[in-house]
Ligand binder design. Structure first.
Ligand code: GDP
Length: 389
């Protein structure tokens, strides 16, 4: 009898344990399921996208399961947040992104450094290296003239000291105010000009992201009404950072779109209007006339245009200078945004722009993600360009 009782008791214990185990597994997997949906990664944690975490809409927050944050984090395997096989990109710095520009320069610098003295060949090699790096013939000649004076004055005798003198002279030529100026009365209006494909829309998107992260209220104006894709692209960036996009009908008047954007910004207390413009019209003179008009109209409403930023693709090398000259004839360009310096660009174009046109490079694009637009820094740039591999 007591044996039967023991058997019954053991059976009950086993059944209870099995049921308990099944319930626990069910609970864990249902929590995983909830997590999978609830933990759609915030924008900034998806590799290669934007930096801003948009706050959850109020309705979402109210209906979200009241699960303690620590519990969610503790249970979250990193693979859920970062897509498998995608590594977080290294932060965009001149050092990390100028590898290609540097490699074009490195061979020549290596042979100069390996010499024991400064000879006529050293100067020739230096000149070749600078011209091949897109510094341009005239700026290279002016730069080396200044370096020759330094070499004489300081009694420089070694190639390493010579290279240091070239670096110092380059930095001196590149230092300029790079701050984007604000207007006294809101909104501040920054126009972006440049030919198609140089990166205007992307630059506006990246800058909008950065400003929004700083708490600024941004309006984007899709002034390139000739390319529907440009407005769509800008819309995606605007949505990502919570900016307002003002767009017009396809083929409509770009000036009207920008004027509307400025009026909207003024009426809604926005502080910055980032205005895209067309990169191509039927003829070049049409384009330049259009830009002059855009500038006039943008200045008519509230606030004022404080920056006209010419966007140039660094990979087009000296051709960028030709474009820059044309744009400066149409409108007063206050700064350059040099994009794609992470690509096959040689880098010296930065120096050419500044010394030939006297326009400061204010921002630099070092990649396609939101965080890849950084303020230009002369010293870091020159250091990265001359760094040994
Ligand atoms: P837009 O026609 O001047 O508006 O040019 P877009 O903004 O559409 O850019 C053209 C292409 O250049 C796009 O594929 C961008 O992702 C790319 N791009 C823009 N800036 C950069 C940059 O700094 N680095 C790299 N690698 N690509 C860039």
């Amino acid at each position: 009898m007591s044996l039967v009782l023991v058997i019954v008791l053991v059976a009950v214990v086993v059944v209870v344990a099995v049921v308990g185990l099944v319930m626990t597994i069910g609970l864990v997997s249902s929590r995983r399921g909830e997590r999978g949906e609830a933990l759609e990664p915030p924008i900034s944690r998806r590799a290669g996208t934007a930096t801003i975490d948009r706050p959850a809409p109020v309705a979402d927050a109210a209906t979200a399961p009241a699960e303690p944050l620590e519990a969610v984090d503790a249970l979250t395997p990193p693979e859920v947040v970062e897509p498998l096989g995608v590594e977080a990109p290294a932060p965009a710095t001149f050092r990390t992104r100028l590898a290609k520009a540097r490699s074009a320069f490195a061979d020549a610098l290596g042979s100069i450094r390996s010499g024991s003295a400064i000879t006529a060949d050293t100067w020739d090699d230096l000149e070749d290296a600078l011209i091949r790096a897109d510094v341009g013939v005239r700026p290279t000649a002016a730069l080396l003239d200044a370096v020759r004076i330094t070499v004489k004055e300081r009694g420089i005798t070694t190639p390493d000291e010579l290279i240091d003198a070239v670096k110092a002279e380059m930095v001196r030529g590149l230092i300029a105010p790079i701050d984007l100026r604000e207007s006294a009365e809101a909104p501040t209006i920054w126009l972006f000009v440049g030919v198609n494909g140089v990166g205007k829309t992307t630059t506006i998107g990246k800058l909008g992201n950065r400003l929004a992260a700083e708490g600024r209220h941004v309006v984007m104006a899709a002034g390139d009404t000739f390319r529907a894709a440009a407005a769509e692209q800008l819309g995606t960036w605007a949505e990502r950072c919570g900016a307002t996009l003002i767009r017009g009908s396809e083929g409509g008047d770009p000036s009207a779109v920008i004027f509307d954007a400025v009026s909207h910004a003024a009426a809604n207390g926005a502080d910055v209007v980032l205005a895209d413009t067309a990169g191509r019209l039927h003829t070049k003179s049409n384009l330049m006339d259009e830009l002059a008009k855009v500038r006039r109209v943008a200045d008519k409403g509230a606030g004022s245009v404080t920056e006209v930023l010419l966007v140039l693709d660094a990979t087009t090398g000296q051709n960028g200078l030709v474009q820059a000259r044309e744009f400066t004839e149409a409108t007063e360009v206050t700064g350059v945004v040099l994009t794609k310096l992470d690509g096959s660009a040689k880098g010296g174009i930065v120096f050419a722009i500044q010394s030939e046109l006297g326009i400061p490079v204010k921002l630099v694009g070092l990649g396609e993600s939101a965080e890849d637009l950084i303020p230009f820094d002369a010293e870091q740039f020159v250091d990265a360009l001359f760094a040994e591999q």
